[in-house]
Each structure stands twice: as structure tokens, then as C-alpha cells.
Design a protein around this ligand. Structure first.
Ligand SMILES: [Zn+2]
Length: 217
């Protein structure tokens, strides 16, 4: 078989993807699919002048409080964000697809009050200099108690607890992408942090089931 026969279907696929991207704002990045699904501007604010992004904060979220047996609806999760006026820049679903909820040039409301022990000078002000990434995931029973999931934890399928391999793969690629635009986000655990390191008394995410080594950190 000569190369023309191999290339033609490939080109058709590329052209089809480009056409779809144009029509539906779905982009095929290097190794993940990103769909823009921006939420209300009331859930974020313009980034203040001079505030350079130098942190990425990792979170998990689900709808386990209201729907423990079906906890991963993008619509329900974003409607909860809208209800409480909170947000993150990105939401990664169980298959590793990325939804962009907030533009990077805006401050998303994801970190809240807290302090990183190794960067105390950013107390209660990390939102302004960070990008927030939510992974659709559920932590341990103990962690979820902090998020008001009590007896409902027993209704959660085992496969819905923890993180998926596709999420780790996408997260690494998304971090690489973010670091290209924001070189102050160094590739270490002082710049790529968990919500639980910043606000340990109130936030358990990404928690003990998240394997940092799977994103090379
Ligand atoms: Zn969080």
C-alpha cells in the first residue's frame, strides 16, 4: 500500500475535526479535547493588573451530595458553581475531556481563604495569581464527610471513587499547555498545589487518592 492510501483518510479526519471545531468550539489539542463552556461572569472577575499567574491549584468535584449514584453530570456540577458563584478555569471529566469554564485572563473563584505554608505572603489571595483545575472525582469516605456526603457514600459506585488514568494523562498535557502560556508556573509542588494544602481545615481535595507521581510531581 502506498502512502497516499494511508494519508487520505487521515486528512479527511483532520478536515472533519477542523470543521467540527469551527462549528462547536470544540478544539482538538495535542493530546486532549477541550470544549469551551464558559459560565456566568459573576463567577469570576477580571485579573487585576500586574497579577501574573504563578500557581495552578488542583481540585476535585462531583455532585455526590445530591446524586451519589450518578455524580458526574457536567450540567449539574456547573449549575452548582453558578448557584454559589464559584468557578474554576477547567473541569476534567472522567474520560479526560476538558471543559473550559473561565478564560485564563479572568480570576476564577476556586481557592477561597487559605495559606500555603511555603508561601504565606499569598494568604487569602491565591485566586488572583492562579489557575484552578477541577477533576471530576470523589475522595475517601473521611474526606467526603467534610463535603457533606455522609451515608450517601455507600450509594457511590466503586468505579466513581478516585481518579481515572485518562484524567491523569489529560491533566499532565493541560499543565504543559498552561505552563507554555504562564512560565511562572514552575513544574514543581511549590507551584502546582492542592486545595487541601491551602485550606486543610475545610477542603479535602484532591486528597489522599490523588497520585501526584502520575503527573510527574
Ligand atoms: Zn477544591
Amino acid at each position: 500500500m502506498n502512502s497516499t492510501f494511508i494519508m487520505r483518510p487521515y486528512l479527511s479526519c483532520v478536515l472533519l475535526l477542523c470543521a467540527l471545531s469551527f462549528l462547536s468550539t470544540v478544539c482538538v489539542q495535542d493530546s486532549f479535547i477541550l470544549e469551551k463552556k464558559l459560565i456566568s461572569l459573576k463567577c469570576s472577575s477580571p485579573r487585576a493588573a500586574g497579577k501574573e499567574v504563578s500557581f495552578v491549584m488542583i481540585h476535585y468535584c462531583s455532585d455526590a451530595v445530591e446524586s451519589p449514584s450518578k455524580p458526574y453530570s457536567v450540567e449539574k456540577i456547573t449549575s452548582v458553581f453558578e448557584r454559589y458563584g464559584v468557578s474554576a478555569h477547567y473541569l476534567v471529566d472522567r474520560d479526560g475531556k476538558v471543559y473550559q469554564l473561565v478564560e485564563e485572563n479572568r480570576t476564577a473563584f476556586h481557592a477561597g481563604k487559605g495559606k500555603l505554608p511555603f508561601a504565606p505572603y499569598h494568604e487569602n489571595s491565591l485566586n488572583g495569581i492562579s489557575i484552578g483545575i477541577e477533576l471530576m472525582a470523589i475522595g475517601t469516605r473521611q474526606e467526603m464527610k467534610l463535603l457533606n456526603v455522609g451515608s450517601g457514600y455507600d450509594k457511590i459506585a466503586k468505579t466513581d471513587i478516585g481518579f481515572t488514568e485518562m484524567q491523569y494523562k489529560t491533566l499532565r498535557a493541560l499543565l504543559n499547555d498552561i505552563q507554555k502560556r504562564h512560565p511562572k508556573v514552575l513544574n514543581n509542588r511549590k507551584h502546582i498545589v492542592g486545595h487541601d494544602e491551602y485550606a486543610p481545615s475545610r477542603r479535602p481535595d484532591p486528597g489522599s487518592l490523588f497520585e501526584w507521581s502520575k503527573i510527574g510531581l
